[in-house]
Design a binder for this molecule. Structure first.
Ligand SMILES: NC(=O)C1=CN([C@@H]2O[C@H](COP(=O)(O)OP(=O)(O)OC[C@H]3O[C@@H](n4cnc5c(N)ncnc54)[C@H](O)[C@@H]3O)[C@@H](O)[C@H]2O)[C@H](O)CC1
Length: 527
């Protein structure tokens, strides 16, 4: 049987703890074995990713270690770097929040004794603060193991002071183990956190790294694998991290014998005075995602402008044209990009929701999200809010949305019976059946007007195309693929064209989507 394509598992701190317990009770992997595996794997991944750092024979490394297993991971990592010849023990120091007792037997105490015996300097932060500070200040590389998933609430006390000092150092490379200290499932925007250059994300990767509020603190996220059996991780994860490589595989390709109606049809209501570009971008997005026919219904004063140079998009007068009178019944509808929130939009919205109740995929973006706040959906809607729209829609603050996207979206999706794509520098996607996904963005090329319109168009294009294969198809997969496609296209367009127009990003999306979904023969890739 072919493996089901999927992203990487993400877990909460609670799930990570449950996983640890089961690893110990059922797999014979006790905390000593896990810390040993994690620390060594961290050293291997880090040295393999940044070989240039280790060209300096006098490299000074300092570990900042808390008293838990996160600190133990960091110390084992340093020990492995020394044993592998990447650093000399005499150039290394341990800045520790607590010196283990001589009879203590924990992963941290053992790692500490090994480094002490090897000749690394050790400095308790509380009694030798000045020397500890000097060791951190003079280090070329700081390994942050102050606090991991054992953090309760926000950083306080000595760990907070250590983190503050590390953040003030501008010239050292800071690598965090597992998560940047201070980062946790409930972290809010103003809670202190280490700002790392890179984070060694020990499997299973912790979902808080991808909370928009903490994502920038993690820097370059490097997955560290080989710690837990895959089956064990699968049974504890509920959220997945998707990229374009993985996401393209969950969407069927077009068939060589497809024609325009079977490739999926999309109808778009978008644009208003001052926002005509949104309609054009959304329509091009639907084409770029592979839709066979795209019809754009625009306000009467805009429609002649949009009709000229519309390419293959069928543009019509939205004041009189009705859904379906363009000689096809749409497989997917998109309402909202640049549409405005005028009450005159409500009859159109009601008719679209009526179609949705009969199974037509309906993407509601921007103004249509605001307009539809009090309407009921029937399981075939995708909402695409950014933080402000989500906050208004759910009656929460923007900060809450950015701090706890998974919890908020899971509840809202279930209540509203809608797939939700929460747009931010990390995109979160939820489904009414409880599935959750994150797509790492961090793509400043997309931080520009029109990216959201493009995403909405991509979504409608994929939903329309897949609806032909699976009536009432899996809109969650369509949403995940659209978000991953937009991110990959943003990166590709930025590499080729620098700061560019969303239509240029749409062209990059068309290339990526075409390569993924137009190259195969029926049955070869998804049979
Ligand atoms: N399954 C896995 O993910 C594995 C994880 N490993 C590593 O273990 C840590 C979690 O270890 P744990 O001992 O449970 O906790 P920490 O090391 O994170 O200890 C917390 C540290 O911080 C102190 N502390 C707690 N709350 C606060 C606070 N509010 N302010 C200041 N200090 C606080 C506490 O006293 C401890 O000193 C995980 O992250 C991984 O790195 C293993 O690798 C095995 C597999």
């Amino acid at each position: 049987m072919k493996p089901v394509p999927r992203g990487e598992i993400l877990v909460s701190a609670e799930q990570a703890k449950a996983l640890d317990r089961e690893a110990s009770s059922s797999w014979g992997l006790d905390p000593f074995a896990l810390v040993e595996a994690a620390g060594r794997a961290c050293a291997g991944v880090f040295a393999g990713t940044y070989p240039g750092l280790f060209l300096n024979p006098g490299l000074r490394i300092a570990v900042a270690a808390g008293s838990g297993n996160n600190g133990a991971d960091a110390m084992v990592m340093l020990r492995a770097l020394i044993l592998n010849g990447h650093a000399a023990a005499e150039n290394c120091s341990l800045v520790i929040s607590r010196v283990p007792g001589e009879t203590e037997h924990t992963p941290g105490s053992e790692a500490f004794r090994a480094l002490r015996a090897m000749g690394a300097a050790w400095l308790p932060w509380d009694t030798r603060r000045e020397d500890s500070g000097k060791a951190l200040e003079s280090a070329d590389l700081i390994i942050d193991g102050i606090a991991g998933t054992g953090l309760r609430d926000r950083l306080r006390g000595d760990p907070l002071e250590m983190a503050g000092l590390i953040n003030s150092l501008e010239n050292s490379f800071v690598v965090s183990v597992d998560v940047p200290s201070g980062c946790g499932d409930t972290r809010e925007a103003d809670w202190p956190v280490i700002y790392a250059s890179a984070t060694l994300a020990v499997e299973p990767v912790k979902s808080c790294l991808y909370h928009p509020v903490s994502r920038t603190a993690a820097g370059h996220i490097l997955p560290v694998t080989g710690i837990f059996p895959k089956e064990l991780q699968e049974s504890h994860g509920s959220t997945y991290l998707w990229d374009w490589d993985a996401a393209q595989k969950i969407i069927p390709p077009v068939n060589p014998d497809d024609y325009k109606y079977t490739r999926g049809t999309v109808e778009i209501r978008a644009g208003s005075q001052g926002s005509a570009g949104a309609a054009r971008i959304a329509a091009r997005g639907a084409q770029a995602a592979g839709a066979g026919l795209v019809r754009l219904l625009a306000d009467r004063d805009l429609y002649p402008i949009l009709a000229s140079g519309s390419g293959g998009v069928m543009v019509d007068d939205g004041d009189t044209a009705l859904s379906g009178d363009g000689r096809f019944t749409p497989d997917a509808m998109l309402l909202g990009p640049g549409w405005g929130t005028d009450d005159s939009r409500l009859p159109v919205l009601r008719r679209a929701l009526d179609a949705e109740s009969r199974g037509t995929a309906l993407v509601l973006d921007a103004d249509a999200i605001t307009l539809s706040r009090d309407f009921e959906f029937h399981g075939s809607v995708i909402l695409t809010p950014h933080a402000g729209e989500l906050a208004r829609y759910a009656g929460i603050s923007k900060e809450e949305a950015l701090a706890s996207p998974g919890t908020i979206l899971a509840r809202l999706s279930r209540e509203k019976k809608a797939v939700i794509i929460f747009k931010s520098h990390v995109t979160w996607i939820s489904s009414p059946d409880g599935r959750l996904a994150a797509v790492d963005g961090m793509t400043p090329a997309l931080a520009a007007g029109g990216s959201g319109d493009l995403l909405a168009g991509l979504c409608a294009g994929i939903a329309g195309r897949t609806a032909k294969r699976q009536p009432r198809g899996d809109l969650f997969s369509a949403a995940v693929a659209a978000a991953a496609l937009l991110t990959a296209a943003g990166k590709a367009a930025a590499a080729d064209s620098g700061f560019c127009d969303p239509l240029t990003i749409a062209e990059a999306a068309a290339k990526l989507a075409g390569a993924a979904w137009m190259g195969g023969v029926r049955g070869q890739r998804h049979g």
